[in-house]
Design a protein around this ligand. Structure first.
Ligand code: 45D
Length: 173
């Protein structure tokens, strides 16, 4: 029944969309995302990717951009699953590690392309998979629903802002 899910989504997006300014949905979605646990942040990114995957073309993410992040991606590819998960948790939690600092100097679009590529590598089996039956928190489900309500441009804005703040900026004192 679409009635139930439409009703639920409208309620969720109303709850997350304070006011009527077009930018508000982006700002509130980002704020709720950043209040999630690190694991839920990773899970929401993954689910967002699986929902958006079809709309993002590999060409659009730019081969040149990924060239810059290739060293980093290769380094992560060589790691055990447990280490890969730690790297992603460190990035989301802004822990100061060598990888978090390398990530921090990428441009915001390259950071987004980096996460996109990690997802592609997950699909190909090179990166630790989501555990089967992972239980997303209620807030996590809300954020995901809110992201789905945004138009494509707003979705990219939210995701770009969220990944932009991950990692460590080594030039930031
Ligand atoms: O054991 O440059 C848990 C365009 C639980 C064009 C886990 C663009 C515990 C210009 C933590 C869940 C605008 C199109 C395990 C770019 C546990 C341009 C594992 C846009 C194992 C860049 C969790 C691109 C894991 C866009 C492994 C929109 C989670 C890109 C992994 C969007 C999550 C990219 C990952 C997105 C998520 C990437 C890798 C949304 C990646 C998401």
């Amino acid at each position: 029944m679409t009635f139930t899910s439409d009703f639920a989504s409208t309620r969720l997006s109303n709850a997350l969309n304070y006011g009527n300014q077009p930018g508000d949905a982006v700002i509130s979605t980002k704020a709720v995302f950043q209040s999630l646990s690190v694991d839920d942040q990773l899970a929401v990114l993954w689910y967002a990717y699986t929902e958006m995957g079809r709309s993002i073309t590999p060409a659009a993410t730019g081969a040149a951009r990924l060239q810059i992040a290739a060293g980093l991606l290769n380094q992560i590819k060589q790691m055990s699953h447990a280490e890969q998960l730690n790297v992603m948790r460190d990035l989301a939690a802004k822990r100061n590690t060598q990888i978090s600092r390398s990530y921090g100097i990428l441009s915001n679009n390259t950071k987004l392309a980096f996460w996109y590529e990690l997802s592609e590598l997950m699909v190909k089996g090179f990166i630790v998979p989501m555990p089967a039956g992972y239980q997303l928190s209620r807030d996590g489900i809300q954020v995901l629903e809110a992201i789905k309500q945004l138009d494509f441009g707003q979705q990219i804005t939210v995701l770009r802002q969220v990944v932009a703040e991950m990692g460590i900026d080594p030039f930031d004192d």
